[in-house]
Design a protein around this ligand. Sequence first.
Ligand code: HXC
Length: 277
Amino acid sequence: MSPTTPISAPPPPSSLSVFREGIFDGKVLFCTGGGSGICKEMTAAVLTHGANAAIVGRNVERNIKSAEELSKRTGRTVIALQADVREPKQVQEAVRKTIEKFGRIDFVICGAAGNFLAPIGGLSENAFKTVLSIDTLGTYNTLKATLPYVRESKGSYIHVSATLHYRGTPLQAHVSAAKAGVDALSNVIAVEEGPRGVRSNVLAPGAIKGTEGMERLSARDDQGRRIDSAQHIPLQRMGETQDIGNTTIFLFSDAANYITGQVFVVDGGSMHTGVLG
Ligand code: HXC
């Protein structure tokens, strides 16, 4: 049977979390890029299970709106902090304000990212450097600033990566190089900090519905309509933000407390087909 011939309509993901409520009571999440897209929904998933959060990003108006919305949706405390992850002092200041407000950091999502489609020949040095600075240097800056507190709480990191760099993906040289660096940083933290009780893993999403990445970067036909890639996905559906949320809860929970230095690809099996969302 070809993987493009579905036997039946794919089941939608469950609308209820399979995890116990309150597993993150008293915990604090620090999430870069948490004001929008996948990282916002990862934050929502953690909040729903009892944590409070700081969401960190460049766009202060959007962040404030998202913090209010997340707080209303989940009943938890969410603060919006302005920082460009490329600037170490701004990240340090965001960490300081998080500690001032909540007194601790247990979980960190390194999610701030930049992307656009461009052939390598059309990338200026500054364009390449910009994406590496946001994704890779930004992750380093976030790790450096949060590590003392994550050590204290014996906490956990999730790095938001991609599947682009596990093969050669056209028009994505900058992001592929940047995300390879992110994966490498996660592995090093896992090994260096494991003895102090800190864990670090990578979550690599595939094609996830309704996200900025899908909106701007997915394949289009010559009329500009988005090409439905579900038929190429072994599980026969696009990912939902809830699929990423569930993996986030698992990785931060005690269910994963012997798991570190791993990459979790959440893409319905796409990576093995050669057709990326
Ligand atoms: C070629 C481009 C370009 C494009 C920008 N540049 N867009 N080059 N093609 N489409 C070049 C600019 O000309 C400039 O180089 C350099 O990149 C920096 O651009 P700025 O606009 O000055 O940078 P900045 O304001 O810091 O914006 C960063 C950005 C932008 C990455 C360019 O797109 C951004 O802020 N993105 C954040 C949101 C985002 O992208 N989210 C998506 C994440 S999705 P010159 O030489 O002219 O100075 C994701 C998923 C990955 O990451 C997996 C997907 C499947």
